[in-house]
Ligand binder design. Structure first.
Ligand code: SF4
Length: 570
């Protein structure tokens, strides 16, 4: 067995807030071995990103780190900051999530890579730029693009630039934090395989921090599962995936679309005052009395797997282990009396640019389809194929170049002013990023009440009751009503966005990648919520996603889109 290059022992990461001390990591112990890829998985907010940053002491000075982090004999927590600056990137590289936020928008990609060589290896400008060009080629970007700025790259390309930065100094260990978050399925796999290929070629090790269990299962040698700041399971990847040893791992697996998309209620607990006993007990369907009082230890079982559960070594089955998926057949099926609520005929949306506007980008190119009442039409295709533009053009958020959109037998293509405004309550959109439609200065109550006031949907005296009804419909607790968006999790934000949309009693909703930024358990909750709302209110959906499994689970019919055209239905 290869020796450990990184050993973390009993790591505690905590910081003070107005609500108390947040224990982001508690008693975390693990090792990454030479040439190994260790996947660290868990929901957003479980403490895995904090763990990755703690290894390189990238957390703010107010954060308290206790325990031991040793990399090839060097005690990282004891290194003076000056040496630490040399250590980062050279010994352990890191790829942080969200490249557009990490990269400097006013420096070209090549310059940002070249700066690393100049700082760490003292290279001259020309030599550093040449090395930067080589690094770009290595990650699949032409060196001719080294003078391009971050905004000139697509999401996948930006991620490649991050790979080049993370591996520029050929570190022995790479920490990759959510390297594929938000990318479409094809790009995700390409990027993941690129990183793993380069890491393996250098015989380096990698800590792959991700919420994507399937990705970790495919790429990692071993998997560590984190919940509420603690490691709950560590084992060989294929064993953890095929036979999870902890109920939380099992629930995570069954929340995947391909495994039945079974939602688990509740969320990660507060890390200020986590539940007594086992931290997973409020959500665990296997819990018994002792789980509420006894805090389980992370113990090694006979098969060499580490599991933190009082049932470890015994027979157990979660509610989600049942074989039947939540939804075995479409909730909706067309009958002869069914009418098309939405009819799109030969719709086009072109963008013109260049000298005399001669260059044409055909974002949507002659698309026709229908959506029945109460039906979900899934729209699937790669990033950039025109799905979102189509959704927005159908809703008249974008002006169509030509073609017709008939809603409830009315041609809405020419609607303007008040007729367009009244349409806004009947046709709605749920965005990929809920933060983009929520005012950061508006509390949840006002965010939900705002469209009711704007469209005069109810009397002011009825507003309070209606807001509470909507909050209940999206399964949010009333105590969140007076919180700001920044105080909510990604899943809670998306529920608030859905409550706003529901308030307008829409008949048709474009759901544009509503769960692509969420982790599997939250995704399962939101998709189940949308399905239930559809059954209850008879809403029709155009459901846009790049994830085929999600589309198959949600949709009655599926339309496939490529380069602005619908290329087939199923
Ligand atoms: S200790 Fe109890 S509550 Fe915790 S995971 Fe095991 S069975 Fe569930």
């Amino acid at each position: 067995m290869s020796f450990p290059v990184l050993t973390v022992e009993d790591l505690n990461v905590s910081f003070k807030t107005s609500k108390g001390v947040v224990k982001a990591n508690e008693g975390v112990s693990l090792e990454v071995r030479e040439g190994e890829i260790l996947g660290l998985i868990g929901e957003t907010g479980c403490g895995k990103t904090t763990f990755g940053k703690a290894i390189l002491r990238l957390l703010s000075g107010k954060v308290k780190l206790e325990g031991k982090i040793v990399y090839r004999g060097t005690d990282i927590l004891a290194l003076p900051e000056k040496e630490m600056r040399r250590f980062r990137g050279k010994e352990i590289g890191i790829m942080l999530q969200n490249p557009s936020a990490c990269l400097n928008p006013v420096l070209s990609a090549g310059r940002q890579i070249a700066e690393i060589y100049r700082y760490h290896e003292g290279m001259g400008k020309k030599e550093a730029e040449k090395k930067a060009g080589e690094m770009l080629e290595l990650v699949g970007i032409s060196s001719l693009r080294k003078d391009d700025y971050p905004h000139q790259f697509s999401g996948g390309m930006l991620q490649r630039v991050m790979v080049a930065i993370g591996l520029a100094l050929r570190p022995g260990l790479l920490i990759a934090d959510e390297p594929t978050k938000g990318l479409d399925t094809d790009t995700k796999l390409q990027i993941a395989e690129l990183i793993v290929g380069l890491v393996r070629k250098e015989n380096a090790s990698m800590l792959l921090v991700t919420h994507d269990l399937e990705l970790a299962g495919r790429l990692a040698d071993r998997i560590a599962v984190m919940y509420a700041g603690e490691i709950v399971e560590i084992g060989k990847a294929e064993e953890v995936i095929s036979n999870p040893g902890h109920p939380y791992t099992c629930d995570l697996l069954h929340s995947l679309p391909g495994k039945g998309l079974k939602a688990v209620s509740g969320q990660i607990p507060s890390l200020v005052s986590p539940p007594s006993g086992c931290r997973y007990h409020p959500r665990c369907s296997c819990r018994f009395e002792a789980c509420l009082q006894v805090r389980p230890e992370l113990l090694k079982n006979e098969g060499g797997r580490f599991i933190r559960c009082l049932l470890s070594g015994k027979e157990w089955k979660t509610e989600n282990t049942a074989d039947s998926p939540i939804r075995e057949q479409p909730a909706f099926s067309c009958t002869e009396e069914d009418m098309a609520l939405l009819k799109v005929e030969n719709l086009r949306k072109y963008y013109y640019s260049g000298l005399f506007k001669k260059e044409v980008h055909r974002a949507v190119d002659g698309v026709s389809f229908e959506v029945e009442k109460g039906e979900t039409l899934g729209l699937v295709g790669r990033s950039g194929c025109g799905k979102s533009t189509l959704g927005r053009t159908v809703l008249r958020l974008l002006e169509p170049t030509s073609g017709r959109v008939l809603f409830d037998e009315q041609d809405i293509s020419g609607f303007k002013g008040s007729s367009l405004k009244s349409l806004g309550t009947r046709m709605q959109i749920i965005f990929q990023n809920p933060e983009s439609c929520l005012n950061p200065r508006m509390k949840v109550y006002d965010a939900v009440a705002e469209p009711l006031r704007l469209h005069r949907i109810c009397e002011r005296s009825e507003e309070r009751g209606r807001v509470r009804e909507l909050i209940e419909a999206v399964s949010l607790s009333e105590e969140l009503l007076f919180r700001y968006p920044r105080e909510l999790s990604g899943g809670q934000l998306q529920r608030v966005a859905i409550a706003r949309v529901l308030g307008m009693n829409p008949e048709f909703i474009v759901a544009d990648e509503p769960t692509s930024m969420l982790d599997p358990l939250v995704q399962a909750q939101i998709l189940s919520l949308l399905k239930n709302l559809q059954t209850e209110y008879g809403i029709s959906f155009l459901f846009i996603s790049h994830d085929m499994q999600v589309i198959e689970w949600m949709s009655d019919r599926i339309a496939f889109m490529e380069e602005g055209k619908i290329v087939g239905f199923r």
